[in-house]
Design a protein around this ligand. Sequence first.
Ligand SMILES: Cc1cc2nc3c(=O)[nH]c(=O)nc-3n(C[C@H](O)[C@H](O)[C@H](O)COP(=O)(O)OP(=O)(O)OC[C@H]3O[C@@H](n4cnc5c(N)ncnc54)[C@H](O)[C@@H]3O)c2cc1C
Length: 428
Amino acid sequence: MAWEFSTEPEFQEQLDWMNDFVRAEIWPLETLSEELEFDQLMDLIRPLQDEVKRKGLWAAHLHPELGGQGFGQVKLGLMHEILGTSPLAPFAFGCAAPDSGNSEILALAGTPEQRQRYLLPLLAGELRSGFSMTEPATAGSDPTLLETTAKRDGDDWLINGRKWFTTNGSIANFLIVMAVTDPLARSHQRASMFIVDTDTPGVNIVRDVPTMEHPWESFGRYGNHAEIAYQDVRVPHTSLLGQEGAGFVIAQQRLYPGRIHHCMRWLGVAGRAFDMLCERSLYREAHGATLAQHQTIQNWIADSAAELQAARLMTLHAAWKMDTQGVLAARQDIAMIKYQGARVLHDVIDRALQAHGALGYSTDLPLEAMYRYARAARIYDGPDEVHRASVARQVLRGYTPPADGVPSEHIPTRREAARMKFLNSTAR
Ligand SMILES: Cc1cc2nc3c(=O)[nH]c(=O)nc-3n(C[C@H](O)[C@H](O)[C@H](O)COP(=O)(O)OP(=O)(O)OC[C@H]3O[C@@H](n4cnc5c(N)ncnc54)[C@H](O)[C@@H]3O)c2cc1C
């Protein structure tokens, strides 16, 4: 029997430390983050980052030779569940998106020079990065339609196009840009990745796009999403990241583990909302009883507990599969947790918000912000519909239509076959 659901005691100690640290040091900072400039916030977070480094938990997603911990996906998943409880916690632990994914790409595909120049300072927290793939004019859910181009010009490449939703683009020192290098190649071999310094002439950060999460106009804030016009951006050939035409392959390597981390972070957020739901139900009285004594609220609590547990097990199982069998074997599981995790995140927050009535809708509690954050989960990292379609396709590969058009479970047909098999032989 190899099924195993326990955590090594030494790692559990580290998780316990992270849990205490995040609640004591990082949750309080959330209440100030809107009133602080990015540099002020950084001044407060840097000592916390130092403490995380002293504990040996900094940038845990990378291999030890790159200063990480070499944690597999299961350990990273458990860690991200704790860090997900606060939008600032992954940043304090050197594993916030998009820097964490970009560092994985650089580790995977970067030349020794690229690693030296970008990866090491990124890991040290000295540089910030953005991942610039989605375009306003083409469907991000089908990146084979990308229109941004990179054309050879002597020893250089010239990049032209418009991107948006480049998270942290306006505070990044460099961007990893996906651009079409061979329009005539097969659809998944047309694009390549480039490392582009944000101060390169022609990189025009047009604006940070206001969103449901941050509806007000702002520029240069951590977590903002930049719209960027690339106009004759000249970069040397050494900016090419990985092989020419390997953009999609590298992007997938980045996105699969990233989805596991997202899902575990969502569970962290949803777990926090769930705690609020339970707390509220114990003290709020209406119609002669506490909310906890009303059956609808009991159902919400029971359903949320079950859905959280199911999503957690599914996500950790996907992580385990990736650790033990590799990314290809885990593809379907990772697609499933993406839309399942996003739904659980939304539903648990929605119930917690509803149970708090007007207070839940107000900014006096973090629930309304969680709710806005949750809505994006169904869109980024591939819209849920695309993942569902992919899962359905993979599932259906295991089936064939009945040759005679009669369903295999058709009872009259099976009964007739059973009669032939059992009754005729008994009669003999
Ligand atoms: C908060 C946030 C952060 C982001 N950060 C980044 C980033 O750092 N870098 C980056 O490059 N991008 C980023 N993105 C962009 C994100 O990756 C895209 O929004 C996403 O891939 C969807 O692309 P799109 O917005 O162009 O929607 P579209 O591709 O236009 O899709 C619109 C809708 O069409 C439907 N649809 C599409 N395909 C199918 C299908 N096969 N079946 C059924 N329905 C379908 C879905 O409902 C989908 O939501 C971010 C987005 C958000 C919201």
